[in-house]
Ligand binder design. Structure first.
Ligand code: IVH
Length: 705
């Protein structure tokens, strides 16, 4: 293809992708499937990789900076980022309204306000130069914030290029808004963190702030941040007359503006809005902590001015923090996948922020001691970030003397083995790796969506399978027979059939999900992806870990029978983490945990068992480990390459230890495809042989001697 037509195709693809990104991420009205969208993006990526000279910073492929930042630069805001004065009741609001009217000389008249939801996230400022996103910053202290351009670029609702031609877009624009994490995403992140043994975020705002501060941009991208933009803070040449017009203008540029904003005539309409959203906010998929009331006309805003901290033309109406009181009926302990033993309180059911609360984690014995929570106590509950119920305090005046303090058990309530509190940790653990509670939770993790994704294998069924001794390890899942399942209570023929089919389907599992499913401590979905991207096979990963196995410093009692050294045989081992730490996206704790995991023979057995039971790991196509890439591999060439003659290609492959053969068979490793390929390409597709385009082939040989 001549360069001009490639350039045109690239431009068209970018337009289409931007259009669909807007439909999906801003308007929430997708017009095409994810699959079709991914196809467009893949096509663009492939054209750009062949023609890097056409890559531009605003291309939809360029959202993710490929690397780790050193830190954040500080940036001075063009206009100070103020905060808002708060009000907690309608009397405060009425006072605000009167003050506004008085200052404007409009006492007794109805002022026009814009009422907006107050999004509970992190304030950000975005700078667009000639329609291109050039900078993203946090609020910081209001005058100076952190440069978070790389993080902001990963947010799919933030356009890298504004919509509209040069005539509609002023040369320099700054907008402000809120970056946030949806409640669903917040739960997903916390679930993954919990499963990986990391601290969970207390609320979505903390998780947003924590995410924006990550130096690894690829990890930021996995967190799926979102935005609402609500202020046009700087705009050269265009002067909307009101906040309402500014919202419209920003919407027309493709920025995500909250659809719940409302133009209100007078205070009574503002009140109605506050009442309405205090009720309806629980239906939203993001956290709001109030309503922001803004004088609509911008000339009025200017006349009203500001204090050193707040504008005088706006006020935040905070929704009352919802609390409830209830009685603690019991405190039990739960054993998690990592063996962590967590005290959980059961309450007399009580309604709080849209749901009925019956149970809440009390975290650990220290926390219970600090708050002095006893069985029989009346406690005040609040939802942290409107989501996770927490005990705020005990109403001690309600005590009768019959309350019973909580005592952490010394033995695991499930398997009876002695609990251990590792030095320096607040968590108490059951370290018996065959404890049924640990097994059940491990299987739940194994079968979860981010793991083997086995449809229909829920907690109740897992419980039954483990309790009846039918499933004693992961591999047993793949040996389940239909008849066996159908004979279980509440399991019909049909569900047994479906489950067997789902298990069968799950056997083909992508490498990253396989790693995730193993439940290695500290390895969540992100670390699993990083490992999968850096090793060509599970065998390679195990070998890499085992090369670095060293005798353990301490034995924590986590070794199982099969790990115990045979008399006179080799000692059990631990891994050093240095090589894992070198992987982008893997830190010291994760690295050590991975090394340790693969150095335990029983864990390697688990993997061998799975492969024996028919699990097939799907490795990412064309992902080639250095040095292993060409050695002994069989290549078939079809079509003409632009950059090399056929005899040169052959010589190159052979010089790197590969072989070139003439026909495609099941033994062929790669088919290299140039222009006008022949039937060999079809055959390669039929046989599922890896196909390399010219660019991919050049990439493969480039880094090698
Ligand atoms: S306007 C001059 N509108 O609330 C103040 N702020 O407590 C301009 N916030 O720092 C802010 N939703 O981060 C505005 N619809 C909204 C908002 C909003 C959330 C945040 C913002 C601000 C904080 C003030």
């Amino acid at each position: 293809m001549p360069d001009e037509s490639i350039k045109r195709e690239i431009a068209e693809l970018r337009e289409r992708i931007r259009y669909h990104e807007h439909k999906y991420y801003v308007e929430n009205k997708p017009e095409i499937s994810d699959f079709e969208f991914d196809k467009l993006l893949e096509r663009l990526k492939s054209l750009e990789s062949q023609h890097p000279e056409f890559i531009t910073a605003d291309s939809p492929t360029q959202r993710i900076y490929d690397g780790t930042l050193e830190g954040f630069r500080e940036v001075a805001h063009k206009v100070a980022m103020l905060s808002l004065d708060n009000s907690y009741n309608f009397a405060d609001l009425a006072e605000f309204d009167e003050r506004v009217a008085r200052t404007l000389g409009l006492s007794g008249e109805e002022i026009e306000y814009v009422a907006e939801l107050k999004i509970d996230g992190v304030g950000i400022a975005l700078l667009y130069e000639n329609g291109l996103l050039v900078r993203g910053a946090t609020r910081g202290n209001g005058t100076v914030g952190d440069d978070i351009t790389h993080s902001v670029r990963t947010i799919r609702s933030v356009p890298l290029r504004l919509r509209g031609g040069a005539s509609q877009i002023p040369p320099l624009i700054e907008v402000r808004g809120e970056a946030f994490i949806s409640l669903k995403e917040f739960e997903r992140i916390n679930r993954e963190r919990e499963e990986a043994g990391l601290d969970v975020f207390a609320n979505p705002r903390n998780s947003t702030a924590g995410t924006l501060r990550l130096l690894n941009v690829r990890e930021v991208a996995t967190r799926r941040l979102d935005t609402f933009i609500y202020t046009l803070s700087y705009c050269e040449g265009l002067h909307p007359a009101s906040q309402w017009e500014a919202l419209d203008l920003m919407r027309s540029w493709g920025l995500k503006v909250n659809p719940a904003s409302r133009l209100c005539r007078g205070l009574s309409q503002v009140r109605a809005y506050c009442d309405e959203w205090d009720r309806k906010r629980h239906e939203l998929d993001y956290a709001t902590d109030g309503v922001v009331v803004k004088v609509n006309r911008l000339d009025y805003q200017k006349r009203l001015g500001q204090t050193s901290k707040h504008p005088k033309w706006a006020i935040a109406f905070k929704f009352p923090a919802e609390q409830a009181t209830t009685k603690v009926l019991s405190i039990d302990v739960q054993v998690g996948r990592t063996g962590a033993v967590t005290p959980v309180a059961t309450f007399a059911p009580v309604h709080l922020s849209g749901t009925t609360v019956k149970r809440a984690s009390l975290h650990n014995a220290d926390e219970i001691g600090r708050k002095d929570i006893r069985v029989g106590d009346t406690v005040v509950l609040e939802k942290a970030g409107e989501i996770i119920p927490q005990v705020v305090s005990v109403i001690k005046s309600e005590r009768t003397g019959d309350e019973r303090p909580f005592q952490m058990p010394e033995h695991c309530p499930v398997c009876g083995s002695r609990l251990v509190r590792p030095e320096g940790e607040v968590v108490v653990r059951c370290v018996n790796s065959s404890c049924p509670a640990v097994l059940k939770e491990s299987i739940r993790h194994f079968a979860s969506r981010a793991g083997f994704d086995i449809d229909g294998l829920g907690p109740a069924l897992i419980e039954m399978l483990v309790d009846r001794g039918i499933v004693k390890n992961y591999a047993d899942l793949f040996r389940l027979r239909k008849e066996e399942l159908a004979s279980l209570p509440r399991m019909g023929e049909k569900s047994a059939d479906n489950l067997v089919a789902a298990i069968e389907r799950s056997k083909k599992v992508p490498f990253n999900r396989f790693i995730y499913a193993l439940g290695i401590r500290h390895v969540g979905a992100f670390a699993a992806r990083a490992l999968a991207a850096n090793f060509s096979s599970i065998e390679g990963l195990i070998a890499a870990a085992q090369e670095r196995c060293v005798p353990p410093q301490t034995e924590l009692g986590v070794l199982t029978e099969s790990d115990k050294p045979a008399p006179g045989g080799p000692r059990p081992v631990e891994g050093t983490s240095d090589m894992f730490e070198a992987i982008d996206g893997i830190g010291a704790i994760v690295g050590a945990s991975v090394a340790q995991y693969f150095c335990l023979p029983s864990n390697v057995n688990v993997i061998e068992d799975l492969l024996d039971a028919g699990v097939e790991i799907i490795y990412p196509e064309k992902k080639i480990a250095p040095d292993e890439a060409l050695l002994g591999k069989r290549f078939v060439l079809t079509g003409t390459l632009k950059s090399m003659r056929r005899d040169e290609v052959k010589a190159k492959i052979e010089s790197l230890g590969g072989r070139v053969t003439s026909s495609v068979t099941g033994q062929t490793d790669y088919v290299v495809v140039g222009e006008s390929p022949g039937s060999k390409l079809d055959k390669a597709r039929r046989l599922g042989v890896s196909i390399l385009g010219e660019a991919e082939f050049l990439e493969l040989i480039k880094s090698r001697k």
